[in-house]
Design a protein around this ligand. Structure first.
Ligand code: GLC
Length: 568
């Protein structure tokens, strides 16, 4: 496999609106990000993905872009962005922008021009489609609820929006539009970006006949994802995009790919794939409810482990997925993947160990490194997120009580991850001197960066050690390119895997006890050295293993152990 500059990197996602506010308007900004670059460097981060910072009306928090060539005023100026790039470069860090090109904002100049001339050139930048029998062209439901078609005023046409109605879908069948997109991407890449995180990309290919499907809900509509699942040919667009843009810059790209067709992994992230990497969402998909958040399922350990292991194995010899436990669209990992008894610092460190040392590129979401958690709200009015409001309504209409619907939001809302970063125990978590755009999680007095920086045994200190271990010159080869081999699969509650490298001759075992009870495991070889422990001093853990000749694990204990001898 050809080695790439990004294979051994560790990435971090910043949600700019909630990261650090430098001017007291309650909204995070670029200057705030610049002020925290040293913090990220010290954590061990190489690549920073910024959720959208372009000009936007923020109907979907910046995922509705009204000008791809401008920075949102709320976040700062283009000069500040250039400064951020330069400051990142000084520290050997790379910046990824979020590429949102399935749709733009209804405020975008193209859409405004399309509306004012529905038969003109710009209308063809979108899907302006004639209705059928005085109704929408098809029965699609948008991802955020309600119809995916909106009338084009003064015509018998409708425009397609797979997300909010303020996010009209761009017509990728139109070569003129594609050219505009590629030019824009190259403009950013020339500035010196490391690459892009690529938003909702599978949706760019439509069946332009827009067939209706049998309804899947009481609203008589069917999720627009059905059409995406049925259509082929997205790969042609993606290859063209790659050749016209990132390939020329050796840029790193990570796709947000849902609903990939079976057996397409190689096409997506193989050596000549469309992207450098794509997120591993397999675990996230476990909780999806059939009808919405209100019937979402809790994560069951056995299933979770099985699905992650399958995903790891699937990648072997193909490429690298991007491993996450949370992001700006998901609840906090500590509240989702840890059982009640493990929702403490030991548990959070354990979860970190099992995620960061997998094969693939680790992506840490802001606040994960201090163990931020979901946030309870008393009323739906305290939420901001467009999809949370929809899902609350769906729950109420399905007969849930207010408390049940709020509970579903507490467990699933995208705002759980969007509360301001908890920098300190000061008012508003040290995020802003003003009033935060979204109120802070009240647990900031206990969970914050400043407190954890002062403590050797904090979650933050542990993340630093863990990342340093992954990148340590003597183990880097194994953690980056070593194969993934599951172990203890028959043992309840143990998340165990080996990373094995022919190149380095090393075998490194990671084992974590997600169970409530302590246990003792047999070792797949002779222990050489404990590289990391989340509960004990490494030397103590090592002595214990030597005495027993086995591996004892407390509840919530995780251990990383170098074994004697190479591949067997
Ligand atoms: C992606 C983003 C999400 C956004 C959606 C529409 O899924 O991660 O936040 O709402 O695309 O752009």
């Amino acid at each position: 496999m050809q080695k790439k500059w990004w294979h051994d990197k560790v990435a971090y996602q910043i949600y700019p609106k909630s990261f650090m506010d430098s001017n007291g308007d309650g909204i995070g900004d670029l200057r705030g990000i610049i002020s925290k670059l040293d913090y990220l460097k010290e954590l061990g981060i190489d690549i920073i993905w910024l959720s959208p910072i372009y000009k936007s009306p923020f109907v979907d928090q910046g995922y509705d872009i009204s000008d791809y060539y401008q920075i949102a005023e709320e976040f700062g100026t283009m000069e500040e962005f250039d400064e951020l790039l330069a400051e990142a470069k000084k520290r050997d860090m790379y910046i990824l922008m979020d590429l949102v090109v399935n749709h733009c904002s209804s405020q975008h100049e193209y859409f405004q021009k399309a509306l004012s001339d529905p038969d003109g050139e710009y209308a063809d930048y979108f899907y302006f489609v004639k209705g059928k029998d005085g109704r929408e062209p098809s029965n699609y439901r948008s991802y955020f609820g309600g119809k995916a078609w909106e009338p084009v005023p003064g015509t018998d046409k409708y425009y397609l929006h797979m997300f909010a109605k303020e996010q009209p879908d761009l017509n990728w069948e139109n070569p003129a539009l594609r050219r505009k997109v590629y030019d824009m991407m190259n403009w950013w890449l020339k500035k010196g970006l490391g690459g892009f995180r690529i938003d909702a990309i599978i949706n760019i290919k439509k069946d332009i006949n827009f067939p209706s499907f049998p309804p899947d809900g009481p609203d008589g509509l069917v999720s627009c994802v059905k059409m995406v699942e049925e259509v082929n040919g997205v790969g042609e667009f993606l290859e063209e995009m790659k050749h016209e843009t990132f390939e020329k810059f050796d840029a790193f790209t990570v796709g947000e790919v849902f609903n990939m067709k079976e057996d397409e992994l190689r096409e997506f992230i193989g050596e000549d794939g469309h992207f450098s990497s794509m997120f591993d969402f397999s675990a996230h998909e476990l909780t999806y409810g059939e009808h919405g958040w209100y019937d979402a399922k809790p994560v069951e350990f056995r299933r979770w482990r099985e699905i992650l292991f399958a995903s790891q194995k699937e990648m072997e010899g193909i490429g690298f997925k991007a491993n996450i436990i949370e992001n700006h669209d998901e609840p906090r990992g500590a509240s989702r993947y840890l059982p009640e008894y493990a929702r403490n610092e030991a548990g959070k460190k354990m979860l970190a160990t099992t995620s960061i040392l997998l094969r693939g590129i680790p992506f840490i979401y802001q606040g994960q490194e201090i163990g931020m958690t979901n946030c309870k709200r008393d009323d739906i009015s305290e939420y901001d997120d467009i999809s949370t409001k929809d899902q609350y309504q769906v729950a109420i209409e399905a007969g849930c009580t207010k408390d049940e619907a709020l509970r579903a939001c507490y467990e699933n809302s995208r705002d759980n991850a969007r509360t301001p970063m908890q920098w300190s125990g000061e008012e508003n978590a040290g995020f802003t001197g003003g009033r935060p755009w979204l109120s802070v999680n009240p647990n900031y007095t206990e969970i914050n960066v400043l407190e954890q920086e002062s403590r050797e045994d904090s979650v933050l200190s542990y993340y630093k050690k863990l990342i340093a271990l992954r990148k340590a010159p003597e183990y880097k080869e194994t953690f980056t390119y070593g194969s993934f081999q599951p172990i203890y699969e028959e043992t309840e509650n143990i998340f165990g895997f080996l990373r094995v490298s022919k190149e380095s001759g090393q075998r490194i075992l990671t084992a974590a006890n997600f169970g409530k009870e302590a246990c003792t495991l047999s070792l797949p070889g002779t222990a050489k050295k404990v590289l990391l422990s989340n509960m004990k001093k490494e030397s103590e853990a090592e002595a214990e293993i030597r005495t027993l000749g086995r591996l004892p694990l407390e509840s919530c204990e995780a251990i990383v152990l170098l074994l004697e001898g190479g591949e067997e």
